[in-house]
Design a protein around this ligand. Structure first.
Ligand code: TTP
Ligand code: MG
Length: 596
């Protein structure tokens, strides 16, 4: 969490040419819209600047000469300019928003695709929240930049340019006087920007604290209540909440100072125009119309300046977000596919591990020199104490991780020579912790694979004995699965995962038996289900149930990452080694229960 926060708090430059160049590659497909947006921007920025010019003409030419027709004409022109401005503004907003949405859509798809390709090693070291934030918040801040940020910056700059062009065109000396205020304005804006950035970072930090505290407490509410910790927790919450409030108030303070300062500068400009411009009018060097036009221009001038300072933050956010997104996209923690993968026509299901060494972290081997083989159709059981490396053995067979040394072959072919997709197609897996997706029972059995028909789903469920409880549900196979299956019992979830494995009808089945206890009736159901699952396929079972172990062709005994013993139940018992002791400790009472 702390590291994530640090990562998410980095606010760098508002403009980084390397990042910008890379961002532009996403804009490329929408070049047409960009060109359109720029042209419309130039127009939309110039139109308001035309109005003071028109009012000057109205005053100096038509009103001064009492020309009603001319006045009417100029009024019509003003109206036309206003309408044109509204129309162009509409298209500009629509198309820049449209372009922004298209770009971030592409980006989200790209990130999602990338995340799906990442190896489990990435997920081991990265908090879930961080990956999620890339697709949500970070992409959103890019959207803001693409759809409003950049467009707004363009139009603000153009508005300022146009205003100066018109002012200099009308009276260059008065325009210079107005320009005098510029340095002060730029300075004030810079200070404001810096302060706001600092406080903004503070606000985000305290908000993150508040969020994570709240989240933890809602999740652990039962513990808080049972230990009567409400009062203590409330005090802690108040403290965090107080810090958040203070940070917010501080950030409001800078806004409260900045805007009056801008007002003050604008008043000074106003005064300068009256003093200098008014003097010139008295001396008849300047017309009244120009003076009034200048007032209008200076009024118009402040909005884009203020906007620009706000847009600076948008740009800065977007740059920081892009940096994080690109970091994720550049993370190539992949399990590579072979360049010329071997295609297996038909899989027999012969597996061989030869002197396999494996580590999650370099140097810390959790599997040491493991060798064994499984003949097609055999069932082998893996037993061993917790942490012995049983789950790791199957993690490397499915290539969730690649091994350091040795080889694993399927039908005589190194699994690294096969395509991951193919390899995993041959294998079904039932894991220790059953994971159910939101959807219904049916989609949880076929995982959205339409090649598996309803009839096959029901048959699989019947075979493993899940049909019985499913058909009692109000909506049967259409019953909604919520909150990762919170409405189902542990045993029911297990049976669904068995049905899932069976529906895919794999050549190779891997079963990481759950240690959690279920009621006797379900236990029997599960045992029967397992026996049915194993028939006719190569199976590897990390076994906790004696029945599974006894029926296995071979038992592997793992101990601290090493394969210590191998043989049938009777052979291993006769050996009086690790298995014998394990059996005495762990499985003996099961036998008692079963024989009762
Ligand atoms: P496992 O292979 O998970 O041990 P196990 O399956 O035999 O244990 P259990 O019966 O409790 O399921 O772990 C072996 C070692 O590898 C252990 O020290 C934890 C470590 N490990 C990781 O570092 N990262 C992982 O993702 C896993 C699964 C294990
Ligand atoms: Mg395990």
């Amino acid at each position: 969490m702390a590291e994530q926060q640090k990562d998410d708090e980095i606010l760098g430059k508002a403009y980084d040419s390397k990042i910008m160049r890379r961002l532009l590659t996403y804009v490329k497909p929408y070049k047409k819209y960009v060109v359109m947006a720029i042209i419309m921007n130039i127009i939309v920025a110039a139109l308001p600047a035309v109005r003071p010019l028109l009012s000057k003409i109205a005053l100096d030419t038509y009103i001064a000469n009492k020309d009603y027709n001319g006045l009417l004409m100029i009024s019509m022109i003003v109206l036309a300019v206003l309408i044109l401005q509204a129309v162009v503004q509409y298209y500009l907003t629509y198309y820049s928003e449209y372009m922004g949405q298209k770009i971030v859509y592409d980006l989200r798809v790209q990130i999602f695709k990338h995340v799906q390709k990442l190896a489990l090693r990435y997920f081991d070291k990265t908090p879930v929240g961080r990956t999620v934030t890339r697709v949500t918040n970070d992409v959103d801040s890019l959207n803001e930049m693409f759809s409003s940020g950049i467009v707004q910056v363009f139009s603000d700059v153009f508005v300022i340019i146009w205003i100066y062009v018109f002012m200099f065109g009308m009276a260059w000396d008065l325009a210079l006087v107005v320009l005098l205020v510029m340095p002060f304005l730029i300075y004030a804006t810079m200070v404001f920007r810096k302060k706001v950035r600092e406080t903004y970072r503070d606000v985000r930090k305290h908000l993150a604290n508040l969020n994570s505290y709240m989240q933890e407490h809602v999740t652990g509410m039962n513990i808080v209540q049972i230990f009567a910790k409400e009062k203590d927790e409330l005090e802690k919450f108040s403290a965090i909440n107080g810090e958040y409030r203070a940070a917010n108030i501080k950030s409001v303070f800078y806004y409260a100072v900045f805007f009056p300062v801008v007002e003050l500068l604008s008043a000074i400009t106003f005064g300068l125009i009256i003093w200098y411009g008014g003097g010139e009018v008295i001396q008849s060097k300047l017309t009244l119309g120009v003076l009034i036009a200048f007032f209008q221009y200076t009024e118009m001038f402040w909005r884009p300046v203020r906007d620009l300072s706000e847009k600076y933050n948008v740009l800065q956010q977007a740059m920081a977000s892009s940096e994080r997104i690109f970091k994720l996209l550049d993370d190539e923690t992949f399990i590579p596919d072979a360049e010329n993968p071997v295609k297996l026509e038909k899989v027999k299901g012969e597996i061989e591990f030869k002197n396999v060494w494996f580590a999650y972290n370099p140097g810390e081997y959790v599997l040491k020199n493991v060798s064994f083989d499984i003949k097609p159709g055999e069932t082998i059981a893996i037993v061993g104490a917790t942490g012995a490396g049983k789950t790791s053995l199957i993690n490397i067979l499915t290539r969730f991780y690649d091994i350091e040394k040795g080889s694993i072959t399927l039908d005589g072919i190194d699994i690294r020579q096969l395509e991951k997709r193919d390899l995993r197609k041959y294998i079904s897996m039932v894991l220790q912790d059953v994971f159910l997706f939101s959807g219904n029972i049916k989609t949880n059995i076929n995982l959205g694979n339409d090649e598996i028909t309803d009839a096959q789903i029901i048959e699989a469920a019947k075979t493993v004995g899940a049909d019985k409880f499913i058909s009692k549900l109000p909506n049967k196979y259409e019953e909604e699965v919520k909150e990762k299956g919170a409405t189902l019992s542990v045993g029911q979830r297990q049976l669904i995962s068995f049905a899932r494995a069976l529906a895919y009808n794999p050549q190779i089945l891997i079963l990481d038996e759950a240690t959690s206890s279920v009621d006797t009736e379900t236990e029997i159901l599960i045992q029967e289900a397992i026996q049915k699952l194993l028939v006719g396929r190569t199976s590897i079972v990390i076994a906790h149930r004696l029945s599974t172990i006894q029926n296995a062709n071979k038992i592997l005994v793992m101990h601290k990452g090493e394969l210590k013993e191998m043989g049938t139940h009777q052979e291993l018992l006769a050996k009086k080694g690790i298995y014998y002791r394990l059996y005495q400790l762990q499985y003996k009472d099961q036998e008692v229960v079963r024989t009762v």
